[in-house]
Design a protein around this ligand. Structure first.
Ligand SMILES: NC(=O)c1ccc[n+]([C@@H]2O[C@H](COP(=O)([O-])OP(=O)(O)OC[C@H]3O[C@@H](n4cnc5c(N)ncnc54)[C@H](O)[C@@H]3O)[C@@H](O)[C@H]2O)c1
Length: 201
Protein backbone atom coordinates (compact mmCIF):
# COMPACT_ATOMS: atom_id res chain seq x y z
CA UNK A 1 0.00 0.00 0.00
CA UNK A 2 1.40 3.41 -0.99
CA UNK A 3 1.98 6.20 1.49
CA UNK A 4 -0.82 8.24 -0.13
CA UNK A 5 -3.26 5.42 -0.62
CA UNK A 6 -6.83 6.75 -0.66
CA UNK A 7 -5.75 10.41 -0.64
CA UNK A 8 -7.11 13.00 -3.07
CA UNK A 9 -4.75 15.75 -4.24
CA UNK A 10 -4.74 18.84 -6.44
CA UNK A 11 -1.39 19.83 -7.96
CA UNK A 12 -1.17 23.09 -9.89
CA UNK A 13 1.30 23.64 -12.71
CA UNK A 14 1.47 19.87 -13.20
CA UNK A 15 1.79 19.72 -16.99
CA UNK A 16 5.58 19.65 -16.79
CA UNK A 17 8.60 20.05 -14.54
CA UNK A 18 8.34 19.63 -10.80
CA UNK A 19 4.53 19.59 -10.80
CA UNK A 20 4.49 16.70 -13.28
CA UNK A 21 7.06 14.82 -11.16
CA UNK A 22 4.94 15.43 -8.03
CA UNK A 23 1.81 14.14 -9.80
CA UNK A 24 3.61 10.99 -10.98
CA UNK A 25 4.93 10.33 -7.48
CA UNK A 26 1.54 10.95 -5.84
CA UNK A 27 -0.19 8.47 -8.17
CA UNK A 28 2.62 5.95 -7.68
CA UNK A 29 2.02 6.27 -3.92
CA UNK A 30 -1.70 5.55 -4.32
CA UNK A 31 -3.28 9.03 -4.53
CA UNK A 32 -5.90 10.23 -7.00
CA UNK A 33 -4.72 13.50 -8.48
CA UNK A 34 -6.21 16.50 -10.26
CA UNK A 35 -3.46 18.00 -12.40
CA UNK A 36 -3.99 21.62 -13.38
CA UNK A 37 -2.16 23.95 -15.74
CA UNK A 38 -2.59 26.49 -18.54
CA UNK A 39 -0.80 24.06 -20.90
CA UNK A 40 -3.69 21.90 -22.17
CA UNK A 41 -1.91 19.47 -24.48
CA UNK A 42 0.94 18.73 -22.07
CA UNK A 43 -1.41 18.40 -19.07
CA UNK A 44 -3.82 16.07 -20.90
CA UNK A 45 -0.88 13.92 -22.01
CA UNK A 46 0.53 13.52 -18.49
CA UNK A 47 -2.93 12.73 -17.05
CA UNK A 48 -3.63 10.16 -19.80
CA UNK A 49 -0.27 8.55 -19.09
CA UNK A 50 -1.14 8.28 -15.38
CA UNK A 51 -4.45 6.50 -16.06
CA UNK A 52 -7.78 6.57 -14.18
CA UNK A 53 -6.29 7.95 -10.96
CA UNK A 54 -5.46 11.27 -12.66
CA UNK A 55 -7.46 13.93 -14.43
CA UNK A 56 -6.35 17.18 -16.06
CA UNK A 57 -8.26 20.44 -15.64
CA UNK A 58 -7.32 23.57 -17.54
CA UNK A 59 -6.74 26.16 -14.85
CA UNK A 60 -5.25 29.61 -14.55
CA UNK A 61 -4.38 29.85 -10.85
CA UNK A 62 -4.89 33.62 -10.87
CA UNK A 63 -8.58 33.28 -11.89
CA UNK A 64 -10.90 32.64 -8.94
CA UNK A 65 -13.61 31.13 -11.16
CA UNK A 66 -11.20 28.46 -12.42
CA UNK A 67 -10.69 27.21 -8.84
CA UNK A 68 -14.39 26.24 -8.71
CA UNK A 69 -13.87 23.82 -11.62
CA UNK A 70 -10.75 22.41 -9.95
CA UNK A 71 -12.51 21.80 -6.62
CA UNK A 72 -15.43 20.15 -8.47
CA UNK A 73 -13.02 17.82 -10.26
CA UNK A 74 -11.34 16.93 -6.94
CA UNK A 75 -14.73 16.27 -5.32
CA UNK A 76 -15.33 13.72 -8.10
CA UNK A 77 -12.48 11.68 -6.59
CA UNK A 78 -13.60 12.25 -2.97
CA UNK A 79 -12.81 14.64 -0.09
CA UNK A 80 -9.73 16.79 -0.76
CA UNK A 81 -6.68 15.84 1.32
CA UNK A 82 -3.78 17.69 -0.33
CA UNK A 83 -3.26 20.89 -2.33
CA UNK A 84 0.16 21.60 -3.83
CA UNK A 85 0.38 25.24 -4.93
CA UNK A 86 3.20 24.56 -7.39
CA UNK A 87 2.37 26.69 -10.46
CA UNK A 88 4.51 29.73 -11.07
CA UNK A 89 6.08 31.80 -13.78
CA UNK A 90 9.77 32.62 -13.81
CA UNK A 91 10.63 36.25 -14.54
CA UNK A 92 14.13 37.63 -14.75
CA UNK A 93 14.55 41.33 -15.51
CA UNK A 94 16.07 44.30 -13.67
CA UNK A 95 13.42 46.46 -11.98
CA UNK A 96 14.08 49.47 -14.22
CA UNK A 97 13.20 47.39 -17.30
CA UNK A 98 10.08 45.80 -15.75
CA UNK A 99 6.71 47.21 -16.71
CA UNK A 100 3.86 47.48 -14.20
CA UNK A 101 1.86 44.97 -16.27
CA UNK A 102 4.71 42.45 -16.09
CA UNK A 103 5.06 42.94 -12.33
CA UNK A 104 1.32 42.54 -11.78
CA UNK A 105 1.27 39.37 -13.88
CA UNK A 106 4.06 37.76 -11.81
CA UNK A 107 2.31 38.70 -8.54
CA UNK A 108 -1.06 37.48 -9.90
CA UNK A 109 0.26 34.01 -10.74
CA UNK A 110 2.90 33.42 -8.05
CA UNK A 111 1.23 35.11 -5.10
CA UNK A 112 -2.50 35.65 -5.76
CA UNK A 113 -2.67 32.13 -7.24
CA UNK A 114 -1.45 30.63 -3.96
CA UNK A 115 -3.89 32.78 -1.96
CA UNK A 116 -6.84 31.64 -4.13
CA UNK A 117 -5.73 28.03 -3.76
CA UNK A 118 -5.59 28.23 0.03
CA UNK A 119 -8.96 29.98 0.05
CA UNK A 120 -10.57 27.36 -2.20
CA UNK A 121 -9.13 24.36 -0.34
CA UNK A 122 -9.79 25.38 3.25
CA UNK A 123 -13.58 24.84 3.26
CA UNK A 124 -13.57 21.27 1.86
CA UNK A 125 -10.62 20.34 4.09
CA UNK A 126 -12.28 21.69 7.23
CA UNK A 127 -15.49 19.88 6.28
CA UNK A 128 -13.71 16.55 5.84
CA UNK A 129 -11.68 16.91 9.05
CA UNK A 130 -8.28 18.08 7.79
CA UNK A 131 -5.73 18.22 5.03
CA UNK A 132 -2.37 19.50 3.93
CA UNK A 133 -1.55 22.55 1.80
CA UNK A 134 1.98 22.77 0.42
CA UNK A 135 3.07 26.08 -1.08
CA UNK A 136 6.06 25.72 -3.38
CA UNK A 137 8.30 28.74 -3.10
CA UNK A 138 11.93 29.25 -4.08
CA UNK A 139 15.28 30.16 -2.66
CA UNK A 140 14.54 33.49 -4.40
CA UNK A 141 11.94 34.07 -1.68
CA UNK A 142 14.78 34.55 0.79
CA UNK A 143 16.24 37.46 -1.17
CA UNK A 144 17.83 37.83 -4.54
CA UNK A 145 19.70 39.87 -7.12
CA UNK A 146 18.21 42.75 -9.12
CA UNK A 147 17.30 40.65 -12.15
CA UNK A 148 15.17 38.43 -9.90
CA UNK A 149 13.67 41.21 -7.77
CA UNK A 150 10.20 40.84 -9.20
CA UNK A 151 9.95 37.07 -8.81
CA UNK A 152 11.67 37.26 -5.43
CA UNK A 153 9.02 39.68 -4.17
CA UNK A 154 6.26 37.39 -5.40
CA UNK A 155 7.65 34.49 -3.38
CA UNK A 156 8.64 36.46 -0.29
CA UNK A 157 5.15 37.85 0.08
CA UNK A 158 3.36 34.62 -0.66
CA UNK A 159 0.52 34.51 1.86
CA UNK A 160 2.15 31.75 3.87
CA UNK A 161 3.01 32.66 7.37
CA UNK A 162 0.36 35.25 8.21
CA UNK A 163 -2.48 33.52 6.41
CA UNK A 164 -1.51 30.14 7.82
CA UNK A 165 -1.43 31.44 11.37
CA UNK A 166 -4.72 33.31 10.93
CA UNK A 167 -6.38 30.14 9.73
CA UNK A 168 -4.86 28.25 12.62
CA UNK A 169 -6.08 30.73 15.21
CA UNK A 170 -9.56 31.09 13.73
CA UNK A 171 -10.44 27.43 13.40
CA UNK A 172 -9.80 24.19 15.14
CA UNK A 173 -9.38 22.49 11.79
CA UNK A 174 -6.61 20.01 11.22
CA UNK A 175 -5.28 21.73 8.12
CA UNK A 176 -1.50 21.78 7.85
CA UNK A 177 0.05 24.56 5.78
CA UNK A 178 3.69 24.32 4.82
CA UNK A 179 6.16 25.83 2.40
CA UNK A 180 8.72 24.08 0.25
CA UNK A 181 11.75 26.04 -0.94
CA UNK A 182 13.64 24.02 -3.57
CA UNK A 183 17.39 24.74 -3.58
CA UNK A 184 17.22 26.17 -0.08
CA UNK A 185 18.58 24.79 3.17
CA UNK A 186 15.14 25.51 4.63
CA UNK A 187 13.68 22.93 2.30
CA UNK A 188 10.38 22.65 4.15
CA UNK A 189 8.78 24.75 6.84
CA UNK A 190 5.47 24.08 8.51
CA UNK A 191 3.59 27.12 9.68
CA UNK A 192 0.31 25.66 10.82
CA UNK A 193 0.16 23.70 13.03
CA UNK A 194 3.71 24.22 14.31
CA UNK A 195 4.41 20.51 14.26
CA UNK A 196 3.23 18.02 11.60
CA UNK A 197 0.25 15.93 12.59
CA UNK A 198 0.86 12.31 13.52
CA UNK A 199 -1.60 11.21 10.84
CA UNK A 200 0.61 12.76 8.14
CA UNK A 201 3.72 10.75 9.03
N1 LIG B 1 13.08 23.69 -10.81
C1 LIG B 1 13.78 24.33 -9.88
O1 LIG B 1 15.02 24.25 -9.82
C2 LIG B 1 13.09 25.22 -8.88
C3 LIG B 1 13.86 25.98 -7.99
C4 LIG B 1 13.20 26.80 -7.08
C5 LIG B 1 11.82 26.84 -7.03
N2 LIG B 1 11.11 26.09 -7.92
C6 LIG B 1 9.66 26.19 -7.84
O2 LIG B 1 9.05 24.94 -8.16
C7 LIG B 1 7.84 25.16 -8.87
C8 LIG B 1 7.86 24.42 -10.20
O3 LIG B 1 8.99 24.85 -10.92
P1 LIG B 1 9.41 24.18 -12.30
O4 LIG B 1 10.88 24.34 -12.40
O5 LIG B 1 8.82 22.85 -12.43
O6 LIG B 1 8.74 25.24 -13.34
P2 LIG B 1 8.01 25.00 -14.74
O7 LIG B 1 8.00 26.32 -15.43
O8 LIG B 1 8.61 23.84 -15.46
O9 LIG B 1 6.55 24.60 -14.29
C9 LIG B 1 5.63 25.55 -13.84
C10 LIG B 1 4.28 25.17 -14.39
O10 LIG B 1 3.34 26.17 -13.97
C11 LIG B 1 2.46 26.42 -15.06
N3 LIG B 1 1.81 27.72 -14.95
C12 LIG B 1 2.32 28.94 -15.25
N4 LIG B 1 1.42 29.89 -15.09
C13 LIG B 1 0.28 29.26 -14.66
C14 LIG B 1 -1.02 29.71 -14.31
N5 LIG B 1 -1.35 31.02 -14.39
N6 LIG B 1 -1.94 28.80 -13.92
C15 LIG B 1 -1.62 27.48 -13.85
N7 LIG B 1 -0.41 26.99 -14.19
C16 LIG B 1 0.54 27.87 -14.58
C17 LIG B 1 3.37 26.33 -16.28
O11 LIG B 1 2.62 26.17 -17.48
C18 LIG B 1 4.24 25.14 -15.92
O12 LIG B 1 3.69 23.94 -16.38
C19 LIG B 1 7.69 26.66 -9.04
O13 LIG B 1 6.84 27.17 -8.03
C20 LIG B 1 9.09 27.16 -8.87
O14 LIG B 1 9.16 28.47 -8.40
C21 LIG B 1 11.71 25.29 -8.84
Amino acid sequence: MGRLSGKVAVITGAARGQGEAEARRFVAEGARVVLTDVLDAEGEKVAADLGPDAVFVRHDVSRERDWVDVMEAAAGFGPLDVLVNNASIPFFKPIVDTTLEEYRHVIDVNQVGAFLGIKAAIAPMVESGGGSIINVSSIDGLGSVDSRACVSTSYRSLPYRSLARSICSSSSSRVMISMSQPQSLLARRTFCPRRPMASDN
